[in-house]
Design a protein around this ligand. Structure first.
Ligand code: FES
Length: 106
């Protein structure tokens, strides 16, 4: 049975209606349209789904969305801008730290 939840994502309060088993990565991508968070393996191996939860790196394919109520979630869309890159983004830019780029948001 679906239930309403409220997530705080990139500083904004975002309501969603989810099944208790719904993973955070699916809510971010499918309900909140934050598609910078990628699903690479869905088995907690690759890290492409990594987001910050209360400042700690967490694989969002391992978190139930309902577990994240009351926590501050930051996705790649929430750090830096085109005009002012986050230091991590700037380091990737400066050092050409990319391969295919699929997992880069994580
Ligand atoms: Fe690979 Fe989450 S999708 S670790």
């Amino acid at each position: 049975m679906k239930r309403p939840i409220t997530l705080t994502v990139n500083g904004a309060v975002r309501p969603a209606v989810v099944e208790p088993r719904t993973l955070l990565v699916h809510v971010l991508r499918d309900d909140l349209n934050l598609t910078g968070t990628h699903i690479g393996c869905d088995t907690s191996q690759c890290g492409a789904c990594t987001v910050l939860i209360d400042g700690l790196a967490v694989k969002s394919c391992t978190q139930l969305a309902i577990q994240c109520e009351g926590q501050a979630i930051t996705t790649i869309e929430g750090i830096g801008t085109i005009e002012e890159l986050h230091p991590l983004q700037a380091a990737f830019w400066e050092k050409h730290g990319l391969q295919c780029g699929f997992c880069t948001p994580g």
